[in-house]
Structure formats: structure tokens, C-alpha cells
Design a protein around this ligand. Structure first.
Ligand SMILES: [Ca+2]
Ligand SMILES: [Ca+2]
Length: 86
């Protein structure tokens, strides 16, 4: 009885784990602007970007930072993700 209920408890976990394992890392969606902007000042700094998403490089960040203020607005961030192929 005890073993059987344990087996039943494991089924939902196995089902949940499957879709995540089936998605290749490269196809994972980049985090949203609101998620990345941890201090909610409406700008994403390089530190915030790389903390949330290690795909950001300094080059990609600089290219996305259209006005060179070392921070990305939501528009700049989204454009930067598109430039990266996301
Ligand atoms: Ca911020
Ligand atoms: Ca900027």
C-alpha cells in the first residue's frame, strides 16, 4: 500500500519533467523585460541582463543600446533579443 501510493505520487512529476527535457536549450525563450529589470527602473543594465540570461554578450548589449546610455529600454531590449535571433 505504501509503495503503491509512492508510485502514484511520482507520476505527475514524471509528466511535468518530460516537456522541459524535450525543449532544446537554444529554443528556450529569453526572459521578458519586466523579469530582467530587477529594480524596476524601466531600464535593463548589462548586469541585470547577464544575471537573468547568460546569452548576453557585451557586444550584443552595446549593439542593442541605441542611445549609448549603458542601459536598455524595453524597445532596445526587445530589438536586442531579435538581433540575437529571439
Ligand atoms: Ca533596472
Ligand atoms: Ca539605451
Amino acid at each position: 500500500m505504501r509503495i503503491r501510493s509512492l508510485a502514484i505520487a511520482c507520476v505527475p512529476l514524471a509528466v511535468l519533467a518530460l516537456p522541459a527535457a524535450a525543449v532544446p536549450a537554444s529554443a528556450a525563450e529569453a526572459p521578458k523585460f519586466e523579469t530582467v529589470d530587477v529594480n524596476e527602473d524601466g531600464l535593463v543594465t548589462f548586469a541585470e541582463a547577464t544575471d537573468a540570461d547568460d546569452e548576453w554578450t557585451e557586444e550584443a548589449f552595446s549593439a542593442a543600446d541605441q542611445d549609448d546610455d549603458d542601459a536598455l529600454t524595453e524597445e532596445e531590449y526587445d530589438a536586442g533579443l531579435k538581433a540575437r535571433g529571439q
